[in-house]
Design a protein around this ligand. Structure first.
Ligand code: MSP
Length: 664
């Protein structure tokens, strides 16, 4: 194995807070970094934030903020979130770092010197969500972006073109010579057919906004955000001689949505910047997309779950384990809370936790909580040790192949075999018949296998691995230059002290399960219960977003299903402004716990000064059809308030409910 391993996550846009999707990639990258560290390699794990581009500039403007302040504020949650999920990056790059900007400027000049940039004019389609160009053919009818399902924008402006077409054959040759460059293999075929379909030169600068890295010697242009962002994998590695040794990156971990940028543009940019083929990254691994409880994660559905709230509710390791185990890495998958609880109880609690517990309890009886004296091994021990050797091999091969779900499968096969071994070898029976020597051998073997298992699970569940090790009398996993992967057990000395047995994965009982499901699970089916029954005064709640328009006659009763169609959420007013020429309306930005604040227009101006609303906790009808108010103003939801338009009282909620909490 080479000495070094360099892995990256995408450099995340800051218009959205970190969510389950970005956490998924980051956790996966951390798992691989840890695995390689265990194997004795020095790993470097880079993540960061992508702060330039039209998307960020627009959100900042919408919020009336300076884009630099906005970037500082929005980047921080990423930097702070990942360590809380035990993802320990070695470097956090921001595309606004002066050092990065300076180096990208130098790279630009190099690319220009190589004759790969020329000035022209671009006319075509641009999706701000993707920060990417589209041909007419690639868009859906009505010029809709196939990824974001929002209209692409027609743009026409002077631009520098990058001679991407020139690299078409070279890239195709490269993919042939290095098929492992794009993984999983099925993705390589997609990339190849895209390139074979013909590459066009790429517009790599913009002139209609200025939030980007300035193009050297042409201040009218800023670099296309992807040119700048892709190089942020590279520029921090030029900073010190030690970091230089990590280039080329071994793996860029990305979601399938951004594969083309990484598998086509990125190698072409690097070659153009003067790097050789040997200096291109080892692999681009594109994983699939997660849905949540069977639904696409989206702010309008209100199902964008904060990874931190999941980690707080279930434990960081449970989240990490579930994400790495339940979804075949590389394919799309569903994050299902019921399944997560099931896996926690079964795999972590019943299988691993229980194994540890029963072995320790028996050891207490047989050798007073000290490591027992191992005697002659019998066939049962030999069979278990063979299982361990095979499982460790299979798990390592799977981690090497970036198949963490298979690695975990292999490790849990060993856990299953160890549980069966205890059942069959029955140390309690040996002890009962006075054969302490045999009982000791069985327990010593099981403890050594548990030691090996604790090392193998460490990349995925580091806290639990170390907790388990403490209980079986081992120090936390230590990293060094040696390969620590347990292809065989490490023998221990009789008499070594063991720790205290305590449940590492206490069972989630039915009551806690229903609480967690209510919080994170799919919207429950209605039972016509108290919530609907208590909402008995609809007439006192006016439609604050449309002023005092007459409402159609309300029927005497509605069914629970009618009520359940309403997606009511807790929100916090981030910004409120008067709307010129509309004296009843305020334009608001509401934090609904979604990646981006919700723009809302509400008929509140006769009752509230904008500034007194900022920070107010409100109830929002989150699934109301968007409604236009002219002048480009669109309301994406409605606030609840009571009373006449000129004396409204806001319907509000106590501080216990976080933004985004469903109101039932
Ligand atoms: N800024 C660019 C990347 C530049 S890299 C030089 C970008 N940022 S992003 O914030 O939009 O992040 C996209 C990445 O987030 C995806 O590639 C994927 O890693 C992750 N995911 C976002 N939503 C996801 C799911 N629903 N499921 C799984 N991963 C998801 O693109």
């Amino acid at each position: 194995m080479p000495e070094r391993f360099y892995i990256t996550t995408p450099i995340y846009y800051i218009n959205a807070a970190p969510h389950l999707g970005t956490a998924y990639t980051t956790i996966a990258a951390d798992v691989f970094a840890r695995y390689h560290r265990l194997r004795g390699q020095t790993a470097f794990f880079l993540t960061g934030t992508d702060e330039h581009g039209l998307k960020i500039a627009r959100v900042a403007k919408e919020q009336g903020r300076s884009v630099r302040d906005f970037s500082d504020e929005m980047s921080a949650p990423f930097r702070e979130m990942w360590p809380k999920l035990d993802c320990h990056y070695d470097y956090f790059v921001r595309t606004t770092d002066p050092d990065h900007e300076k180096r990208v400027g130098e790279i630009w000049e190099q690319v220009k010197k190589n004759g790969d940039l020329y000035l022209g004019s671009y006319e075509g389609w641009y999706c701000v969500g993707c920060e990417g160009y589209y041909t007419e053919k690639e868009l859906e009818p009505g010029a809709i972006c196939p990824i974001h399902k929002t209209p692409a924008e027609r743009i026409r402006e002077p631009t520098y073109f990058f001679k991407l077409a020139k690299y078409q054959d070279r890239l195709l040759d490269f993919y042939e010579r290095r098929p492992s460059f794009v993984q999983p293999a099925t993705r390589l075929n997609e990339v190849k057919s895209f390139v074979r379909g013909g590459l066009e030169d790429l517009s790599v600068s913009r002139t209609t906004f200025s939030w980007g890295v300035p193009v050297p010697n042409d201040p009218a242009h800023v670099m296309f955000v992807w040119f700048d962002a892709l190089f942020s994998y590279y520029t921090p590695m030029l900073a010190t001689p030690e970091r230089r040794k990590f280039w080329p990156a071994n793996v860029h971990m990305v979601g399938k949505d951004i594969l083309r940028f990484h598998a086509v543009y990125w190698p072409a940019f690097l070659l153009s910047a003067g790097l050789s083929e040997a200096e291109l990254p080892g692999a681009i691994f594109a994983h699939g997309f997660l849905t949540v409880n069977g639904q696409k994660m989206s702010k309008s559905r209100g199902n964008v779950i904060s990874p931190l709230s999941l980690a707080e509710a279930f434990g960081v390791d449970t989240l990490r384990y579930y994400l790495m185990r339940a979804v075949a890495f590389g394919q799309d998958g569903d994050f299902n809370v019921e399944e997560l609880i099931g896996r926690y109880n079964t795999d972590l609690g019943n299988a691993l936790g229980n194994l540890c517990n029963r072995v320790l309890k028996q050891t207490e009886t047989v050798s007073g909580g000290k490591f027992p004296d191992k005697g002659e091994l019998e066939d049962l021990e030999r069979a278990l040790l063979d299982e361990l050797a095979a499982g460790a091999r299979a798990a390592a091969d799977s981690f090497d192949a970036m198949q963490p779900h298979r690695a975990l499968e292999a490790i849990w096969q060993v856990v299953g075999a160890a549980n069966q071994y205890i059942d069959r070898a029955a140390p309690w029976a040996a002890q009962k018949r006075g054969d302490t020597r045999r009982a000791s051998t069985i327990l010593a073997t099981a403890l050594e296998v548990l030691g090996a298992v604790s090392t193998m699970v460490w990349p995925v569940i580091p806290r639990s691995a170390d907790a388990l090790r403490a209980q079986i009398g081992l120090s936390p996993v230590a990293l060094g230059a040696e390969d620590a992967w347990p292809f065989a057990v490490t023998s221990r000395r009789a008499g070594e002290p063991l720790g205290i047995a305590a449940p590492i994965f206490p069972r989630i009982d039915a009551e806690r399960q229903s609480r967690l499901l209510a919080e994170f699970g799919p919207t429950p089916e209605g039972d016509g219960g108290s919530v609907a029954a208590s909402t008995s005064a609809p007439k006192s709640v006016s439609k604050a977003d449309v002023g005092s328009t007459a409402s159609p006659a309300t029927p005497a009763t509605i069914t629970y299903d009618d009520f359940a169609k309403l997606d009511l959420r807790v929100g916090v007013v981030l910004r409120a402004e008067r709307v010129q020429g509309k004296d009843k309306l305020l334009s608001l930005s509401i934090d609904l716990g979604e990646p981006e604040p919700r723009p809302l227009v509400a008929g509140l101006a006769l009752s509230f000064k904008p500034e007194e609303l900022v920070g107010t906790r409100v109830i929002v009808v989150a699934n109301l059809e968007p409604r236009k108010f002219g002048k480009g103003l669109v309301s994406h939801g409605m606030l609840l308030a009571a009373g006449p338009s000129e004396a409204l009282t806001m319907v509000t909620v106590g501080p216990g409910a976080a933004p985004g909490t469903k109101v039932k």
